[in-house]
Design a protein around this ligand. Structure first.
Ligand SMILES: Cc1ncc(COP(=O)(O)O)c(C=O)c1O
Length: 391
């Protein structure tokens, strides 16, 4: 894989016809080290966010050994990572997936949110005695860009009953939740842990592990989250209040926070109509979250220096397919003179960008490079003073 000091250096060297996925593995390594040093528990990476071998290598190099996987294909891939412990945290799994996970890949950790799923796991593992079973509870989404509570999770009396049933068959009983992706304030975790506290009291069970899921934020042009250190403190306090023993494990599963800033997308402008730019990747590619969820990623012109004192003006972008929903509203602020043939770096697309890209209309093929400079925005820079001295 070719390495360049920056996106500008890449474009000075070659004018790629395809869009470029530009990884910054050092940024993934830095994020992983930050979590491993500051999170008061175990850190698993949510594999679905980005499975580039370069980023996985950086996460592994930083010390990540646990991975949250969501499907059999992810499991088959992640199982090739030496010494990896894999958690199957999707609450709905096929029977084949459960069976193969347990017998072929040695997975012992499964999530569930119904009695039916519990029965399925037991049947497909031959009523194994070494299962780590995590009941997924639904918690309110607060300041989250992608709330998840409507799709998965159980609450109230039903949750208490499921915990009691699961306790009877689990070697290790856990509770897990997800506050929603890109949660920008820590109060979501405070509220979620308070729900968990009430639930444990209601169920009266011994809980061996709490997995607080992912949801930790990254920075985007339209999102300036609370520093991560405040999340860690809120989680530490919430966990301390739980009626669990000293040996209870605390686990988190960040996806976005570990890889968002570790990849950029470099696109070419193929046409300009007023303040609309037609670029060579879009909603069906690595910009799905921009088109469908309104993420405003940071952008910069990398193929030439703009004129001195040139105005920055807001642009929208259209992707390369014929589809009219292939549209990223923005606003993306770029030099007023931007024109056909220019290249733009779109930063912080490392979480779910590459992972979601499809080949609709024959697109979806990328050049790949490694960049050695800093991401456009970071949650981990010295300027943000986030390292907790006494963690
Ligand atoms: C069970 C589970 N854990 C972790 C994650 C990672 O979430 P995030 O990327 O918001 O950190 C997800 C994302 O959907 C998830 O479903």
């Amino acid at each position: 894989m070719e390495r360049f000091p920056s996106a500008a250096a890449l474009i000075a060297h070659t004018k790629p016809d395809r869009p470029v996925l530009a990884a910054r593995p050092h940024a993934a390594g830095r994020a992983a080290r930050w979590f491993l040093e500051n999170f008061p528990g175990e850190v698993a990476y949510a594999y679905k966010a980005n499975s580039s071998v370069f980023l996985l290598g950086a996460l592994f190099g930083a010390g990540i050994r646990q991975f949250d996987i969501a499907s059999l294909p992810e499991l088959e891939d992640a199982a090739t990572i030496p010494g990896a412990t894999l958690h199957f945290m999707h609450p709905v799994k096929s029977r084949t997936a459960i069976r193969r996970a347990y017998y072929e890949f040695g997975v012992r950790c499964f999530a569930l949110d119904t009695e039916e799923e519990l029965a399925k796991i037991l049947e497909e593992t031959g009523h194994a005695k070494d299962l780590q079973l995590f009941v997924r509870v639904a918690v309110p989404a607060k300041n989250s860009r992608i709330p998840l509570e409507r799709k998965f999770g159980i609450t109230g009396q039903k949750a208490a009953r499921l915990l009691v049933k699961t306790r009877q068959v689990a070697d290790e009983l856990g509770i897990t939740f997800h506050v929603g992706s890109q949660t920008t304030t820590p109060d979501a975790y405070v509220m979620a842990l308070e729900e968990v506290r009430k639930l444990i009291a209601k169920a009266g069970v011994v809980v061996d592990a709490i997995d607080i899921g992912g949801g930790f934020p990254s920075r985007y042009s339209d999102s300036e989250p609370t520093p991560l250190s405040a999340f860690i403190e809120a989680i530490r306090h919430g966990f301390e209040k739980l009626p669990v023993g000293d040996s209870c494990r605390l686990i988190c599963e960040p996806g976005r926070a570990l890889v968002a800033e570790a990849e950029s997308l470099i696109v070419r402008v193929d046409a300009r109509k007023g303040n609309d730019l037609y670029i060579n990747d879009g909603a069906y590619g690595a910009l799905f979250d921009s088109a469908h969820l309104g993420f405003v990623f940071p952008v910069r012109l990398v193929s030439r220096e703009p004129a001195k004192d040139e105005r920055m003006v807001p642009f929208s972008m259209w992707g390369p397919t014929c589809d009219s929903i292939d549209y990223m509203k923005g606003p993306f602020y770029l030099p007023e003179s931007i024109r056909e043939g220019d290249y733009i770096e779109i930063g912080n697309i490392g979480a779910y960008g590459r992972a979601i890209a499809s080949n609709f209309n024959g697109y979806g093929r990328y050049e790949e490079v490694i960049l050695l400079d800093e991401p456009m925005y970071t949650m981990y820079g010295d300027a943000r003073k986030q390292v907790i001295q006494n963690a």
